[in-house]
Design a binder for this molecule. Sequence first.
Ligand SMILES: NC(=O)c1ccc[n+]([C@@H]2O[C@H](COP(=O)([O-])OP(=O)(O)OC[C@H]3O[C@@H](n4cnc5c(N)ncnc54)[C@H](OP(=O)(O)O)[C@@H]3O)[C@@H](O)[C@H]2O)c1
Length: 279
Amino acid sequence: MVLTAYNHVPIPSFMYGTAWKKEATTQLVKLAVALGFRAIDTANQLIHYQEALVGEALQALEKEGIKRDTLFLQTKFTSVDGQDHRTPYDASADLTTQVRQSFDSSLSHLHTEYVDSYVLHGPHQRRGLAEADWEVWAAIEDLYQSGKTKMIGISNVTAGQLTELCEQANIKPMVVQNRCYATLGWDKEVREICQTHGIIYQGFSLLTANRKVLADPEIRTIAHRLGAGPAQIIFRFAMQIGMLPLTGTTSPQHMKEDLQAEQFALSTEEIQRIEKIAL
Ligand SMILES: NC(=O)c1ccc[n+]([C@@H]2O[C@H](COP(=O)([O-])OP(=O)(O)OC[C@H]3O[C@@H](n4cnc5c(N)ncnc54)[C@H](OP(=O)(O)O)[C@@H]3O)[C@@H](O)[C@H]2O)c1
């Protein structure tokens, strides 16, 4: 299955996330692609991601016949606040230069001439967008206009920040990536803005941020009916309410199970029951 943002660029409906995989990143990305994932998420941020090891996996996959254009690669620009001393850019340079240097370094890590999606890892402040965010966004818009990224997006945004960006940017984001809490109606407010603007909503930490939901008897009952596991129910639920889920699993068995969530369907009534669990 593929989803399409307002600029008509297709994106696979399930994404493999590479955060916190450390040295296992290469092996896990190879495995995820071998098992069927076609979209990979990373970031040029050494605290949490090994982007260069994603690139090593891509090189190995290419040798096995998996062509670059059959994969969807997403990476991020992370500002100095989200980095340690190993910034992939000159931290004393202006923000436009930082974005360009980080992006070029991502292309080099990933051994590619373009990425499919380039995401601002997060705004500088919790409320509203700062002048610095606008400068970074303009640099990201330039990358989009140059054709070196097919989509641009933003992560860790509030509904207010996303509205501001959609109203005032020259180019609206095509993707949003947020930690998705069931207690916030599965990020309902942000998802609704995305729907209005034709933006693809990517939900992360769907399992780790919602452990109570995962263990809820309601989920177990539905899982039992479908002969599935609770994680599969959550991923399927996410897809059916219009979300693109990320999985961060390190287990081949879980990778297979997660992908199987595309093979069954929840009823409308089951969707409504799941929506109510954490409210
Ligand atoms: N933009 C941002 O700021 C940001 C922040 C955080 C994450 N992300 C992205 O989102 C991705 C996913 O995040 P996450 O790791 O928190 O996601 P997650 O999929 O909610 O959590 C993964 C954890 O759940 C466990 N798990 C148990 N059963 C599972 C199953 N059937 N399928 C999948 N996982 C299962 C995994 O253990 P096993 O390994 O044993 O399966 C792992 O410990 C990250 O890798 C990253 O790409 C982005």
